[in-house]
Each structure stands twice: as structure tokens, then as C-alpha cells.
Write a protein that binds this ligand. Structure first.
Ligand SMILES: Cc1cc2nc3c(=O)[nH]c(=O)nc-3n(C[C@H](O)[C@H](O)[C@H](O)COP(=O)(O)OP(=O)(O)OC[C@H]3O[C@@H](n4cnc5c(N)ncnc54)[C@H](O)[C@@H]3O)c2cc1C
Length: 397
């Protein structure tokens, strides 16, 4: 069966997909969004922490903010606490269900058409159009468009099939919502026995509820269950039998995020902060840049891979430094022992280093490369020298 034709078809109604749908529909293009879930924001596995910079850029109502973040407590493997506090709100925790719904509503208000329960099965670029095969509520249909945007999260099958490469490195994120007592600040836990290669977190979302989650190189669900057990035995949570959801987070980018009549944005392209696994803001920036390039390309009818390559140049110019510093920092961290992580806590705790870093202008919730460089510049003690050594060894490989 053959369906309608559009200027742009977007695959995936996550934050990146709905944002570009909004931008392109606002510019007068005919937009359709295909989403495999039955509605926006179902079964989400995400904490929803975004910077104030990101929240302002999304331009949404404050009703979706669950809490605001002004301080973070970092815990070392041995349980030592370092508190970072700023005068201003740096970030907020948004309700991801409401965020996804609000972005989809904004796009629909501009005329974008949404098809839910409609997984995209195949995409075939042609000379004059691009064909999209979907299974709309179980029935196969082919739609056509002048261009397609892949915003389908970290699901490598379609980009790989379209010859854009495959993101090979990833972390696994796991999260649960729990009933909690006395959790009123954002807490982050480090240690290779807690969350190998990454970290765990506790984030209050209301007076008696919190998200508990972690990122790990493998077995994230198992490590999260262990973490829940330990919080339960400390009396900090009321139940450890909770639903745990998990999802992969890309730690790398696609070789090519464009093709003939085709762009890739968000997690699908690897637009994710490697230090934290946060992808809402970088995916949003990717969507903005893609919207600008695609708007021009649709107006000039210049939709070849060569012409759309401008998108990759632009988003890489914006994010490359962050991504490369972040990959290094993540790789180095994965090689540290708990003793070395304790050593870093010692250094950060000494001589008011945390205050100096916070006040140095190098601290930003989203842009971590300057902070990583500042820590390395200031370090002279053993654990960080070890980091430098590892970095230079990696750089010379
Ligand atoms: C445990 C955990 C916690 C996290 N916490 C944070 C956080 O606090 N802050 C932050 O910034 N990031 C966080 N992230 C990452 C964040 O969730 C993602 O970066 C973000 O959702 C990416 O947005 P996206 O629009 O690119 O993709 P997604 O949100 O994954 O949306 C993709 C959409 O495409 C749909 N789809 C997939 N395939 C198809 C198909 N073939 N046809 C049709 N539809 C399809 C999916 O159903 C989905 O709705 C977290 C991730 C995890 C795992």
C-alpha cells in the first residue's frame, strides 16, 4: 500500500526528532513523524537532568520541572563526600514524559503530522525522493519524502543499512524510580565496584521519590540491584523490589551523519556527552543545526550527500572538542583503580581546589572540556600524573 508524500519524514519522536519536526514545520515544510511507540514519552529510561542553558533553548513551560539543581554531593569509593555548590541553579530535572509530549505538541501545533505505533522498517534513497517503509498499526505502507531525518535513538540497524557506519562503543544505563527518605540533594557515587567505568546517582524528584540509576560498561541491571540493596540496608529507600529499566548510551559517533536526502541526529548520530552520557542537549543542538541546513537545502532543492555534508561540518565544529576530551576522560577513568579515584578525591579536597575550579570560569554543566583541562593543568600529585601518563600514551598510539 502506498501512503502520502511529505517534504521531510522524521523517524523517532524523542526530544531530537520532535524538536526538528517543530523547526521544519515552523518554516513551512510538510513534516511527518513516525514513532514505533503508541504515544510520546512511553517507557522512558532517562533521568531528565538538563542544564538551564538547555532548558531555555528548548523554550518550554516550567510545569515539567521536577526539581532544580544547585548542589551535588560526590561520593568516593570509600564513601567520602565532596560537595559542590553554586549560587545559581545550574540544572533542572525535567519529567521526560512531559518533555517529549510538550515537544510533540509544539511540532503538531505547527502542522507536523504524527504517526504512532508506526515503526520504520526500511528506507530507500532514490534520485527524486526517498522511500520510507513503515508498519502503521500492523499494516505495511510506503511513504515518500524529499528528505528523511533519522532521530531513532541508539538503534544502529537503520544507519548501518544505509551505509553510514555503526557506533561501536557504548555504556549501559539502568534506572529505577524509588520511594525515598531524606534524599534532598543530587548524589553521585564513584567506584569500580559500584558502577564499573562510570558512576551511579540518586536524584530527588519529589518529597518522597527519587531516581536511582547508574551507567556501567556491562551488567548495569545487576550493579543497580546491588546499589539498591545497599541503599535499602542503610534505610534510605523503603523497597528494593522496583522495576529497573535499561538502555544503551552511545560513546562514539557515526562515521557519516548524512547521505543522499538523509540526515542523522541525536543519540542515533552519537551526539551525547561522553563524560555523563547526557544526550538531550547535544541532540537538541544537533537538531537545531540539522533544521537550519535542511531548511536551506529544501528551499534550493539541493539534497545530495555532498550538499548535506555541511550539517556534519557544522555540528562537529560545535561539539568535536567536547567529544574528544570527553572520550579521553572516560577512557582514562575506566582504567583507574578505586585507590586512584580516592587519590583524585584527595586532590580535589585539598587547598580549596573545588572552590577554585568552580570560580575559575571553567565550570559548565554542559561543556566539560575546559574543566577536564583545568584539573589536569592544576594537578601535580601522583594519581593525576598517572592520568597524564595514560593520556599521552593513548595519544601516541
Ligand atoms: C539511565 C539513563 C539516564 C539518562 N539520563 C539523562 C539525563 O539525565 N540527561 C540527559 O541529557 N540525557 C540522559 N540520558 C540520555 C538521553 O535519554 C538520550 O540522550 C536522549 O533520550 C536522546 O534523545 P533522542 O531523541 O536522540 O533519542 P530517543 O529519546 O531514544 O528517541 C528515539 C525515538 O525513536 C523511536 N524509534 C526507534 N526506532 C524507531 C523506528 N525504527 N521507527 C520509529 N520509531 C523508532 C523510539 O521509540 C524513541 O521514541 C540518559 C540515558 C539513560 C539510559
Amino acid at each position: 500500500m502506498s501512503g502520502q508524500s511529505y517534504d521531510v519524514i522524521i523517524v523517532g519522536a524523542g526530544p531530537a526528532g520532535s524538536y526538528i519536526a517543530y523547526e521544519l514545520a515552523s518554516s513551512g515544510h510538510g513534516v511527518a513523524v513516525f514513532e514505533e511507540k503508541g504515544a510520546s514519552g512511553l517507557n522512558i529510561c532517562c533521568t531528565g537532568i538538563i542544564s538551564t542553558e538547555c532548558f531555555q533553548s528548548l523554550d518550554l513551560g516550567k510545569d515539567m520541572i521536577l526539581t532544580e539543581v544547585k548542589s551535588v554531593k560526590f561520593y568516593s569509593p570509600s564513601g567520602r563526600c565532596l560537595k559542590f555548590q553554586t549560587d545559581n541553579v545550574q540544572a533542572c530535572v525535567v519529567d521526560r514524559l512531559l518533555l517529549d509530549k510538550a515537544l510533540a505538541s509544539k511540532a503538531q501545533a505547527q502542522g507536523a503530522q504524527y504517526f504512532f505505533s508506526s515503526p520504520v522498517i526500511d528506507i530507500v534513497p532514490g534520485k527524486d525522493s526517498i522511500q520510507v517503509e513503515t508498519s502503521c498499526s500492523g499494516a505495511r505502507e510506503i511513504f515518500s519524502a524529499r528528505a528523511v531525518v533519522l532521530a531513532n535513538g541508539f538503534t544502529p540497524k537503520l544507519p548501518h543499512k544505509l551505509g553510514l557506519g555503526r557506533i561501536k562503543r557504548f555504556l549501559i544505563g539502568a534506572q529505577a524510580e524509588i520511594e525515598a527518605k531524606d534524599i534532598d540533594e543530587f548524589e553521585v557515587y564513584f567506584g569500580q565496584g559500584i558502577a564499573p567505568g562510570a558512576f551511579a546517582w540518586l536524584v530527588p524528584i519529589s518529597a518522597n521519590k527519587a531516581y536511582v540509576g547508574l551507567l556501567a560498561t556491562s551488567q548495569a541491571k545487576l550493579y543497580l540491584q546491588k546499589f539498591l540493596d545497599s541503599l535499602f540496608s542503610q534505610g534510605r529507600i523503603t523497597s528494593r523490589d522496583v522495576e529497573i529499566r535499561q538502555r544503551a548510551v552511545p560513546i562514539g559517533t557515526l562515521t557519516r551523519s548524512y547521505g543522499d536526502r538523509l540526515l542523522v541526529i541525536g543519540d542515533a548520530a552519537g551526539q551525547v556527552k561522553p563524560t555523563t552520557g547526557g544526550g538531550i542537549y547535544f541532540g537538541h543542538l544537533g537538531a537545531r543545526i540539522a533544521a537550519e541546513v535542511l531548511d536551506g537545502a529544501l528551499s534550493n532543492d539541493s539534497l545530495t550527500a555532498d550538499q548535506l555534508s555541511r550539517y556534519q561540518k557544522k555540528w562537529r565544529a560545535k561539539m568535536d572538542r567536547e567529544l574528544s576530551h570527553g572520550y579521553w576522560a572516560r577512557w582514562v577513568y575506566s582504567k583507574l583503580s578505586d585507590r586512584q579515584i580516592e587519590g583524585i578525591f584527595n586532590i580535589l579536597n585539598s587547598d580549596g581546589m573545588t572552590e577554585t575550579l568552580l570560580n575559575s570560569g571553567n565550570f559548565s554543566f554542559d561543556w566539560h572540556s575546559r574543566l577536564v583541562s583545568a584539573i589536569l593543568r592544576r594537578s601535580s600529585a601522583y594519581p593525576l600524573l598517572k592520568i597524564r601518563h595514560l593520556i599521552f600514551r593513548e595519544a601516541s598510539l
